[in-house]
Design a protein around this ligand. Structure first.
Ligand code: DX5
Ligand code: ZN
Length: 219
């Protein structure tokens, strides 16, 4: 089974101590930092904007995985690209002209991703798969950390892995929401490449051990 990349979400960190959060991510063996951007419209919660991303950027060498949970994502692509995002993922449910947005992200030298909420089927993004670097399968309804994973959503990760093989495509499959020591094995079995972990990561006393556990690398 492949060893997934771990992407701790700073949503679960103490926002007054984000520099420490980045240092903890870097020291844990997790390769990515997941940055949850919420606008209070697409989801009923608010987080932070591009300035937070650009302030964190020099503190960390990890891949910055920006997850835009916003309406009108096209208005924010350049801002987050300039702030230092590596992957920019927007929600298909918030974008009519998704193909255009993917092109805009690529033109800025960044990697485009699309996310689907639990009620959106994989078929909704099938046409776009050859143009994507990442598909982010939400395994909870977006807006809040600390929710329980919805097991049926892992079936979508499995179908994406099958479609990717059948069509010879190369996008990464990421799962986001409710990933912890108990659910990670099922996610790995589904064939995911990236696992986002918020609460599980920031509540863990031994973050290095947690990351190894999520990766399935414990003896
Ligand atoms: C939810 C966010 C997630 C969230 C995951 O809307 O997109 O990235 O931080 O948090 P946990 O791992 O606590 O479910
Ligand atoms: Zn997220």
């Amino acid at each position: 089974m492949k060893v997934p990349v771990i992407a701790p979400s700073v949503l679960a960190a103490n926002f007054s101590r984000l520099a420490e959060a980045e240092a903890a991510i870097d020291a844990s063996g997790a390769e990515w930092t997941h940055l949850d951007v919420m606008d209070g419209h697409f989801v009923p919660n608010l987080t932070f904007g591009p300035k937070m991303v650009s302030d964190l950027r020099p503190l960390s060498s990890s891949v910055f995985d920006v997850h835009l949970m916003v309406d009108n994502p096209g208005d924010f692509i350049a801002l987050f690209a300039n702030a230092g995002a590596d992957y920019i993922t927007f929600h298909i449910e918030a974008a009519v002209h998704a193909h255009r947005l993917i092109g805009a992200i690529r033109d800025l030298g960044k990697k485009p991703g699309i996310s689907i909420v639990p009620s959106t089927p994989v078929s909704f993004i099938e046409e776009l798969l050859p143009d994507l670097d990442l598909v982010l399968v939400m395994t909870v309804n977006p807006g809040f950390g600390g929710q329980a994973l919805i097991p049926g959503c892992l079936e979508k990760a499995k179908s994406l892995a099958r479609i990717r093989d059948e069509r010879g495509l190369s996008f990464l499959i990421s799962v986001d929401g409710g990933i912890n020591a108990k659910t990670a094995e099922k996610a790995r079995e589904a064939g995911v490449d990236v696992m986002v972990a918020g609460e599980a990561f920031f509540k863990a006393q031994d973050k290095k051990a947690l990351v190894a556990l999520l990766k399935g690398c414990t003896p």
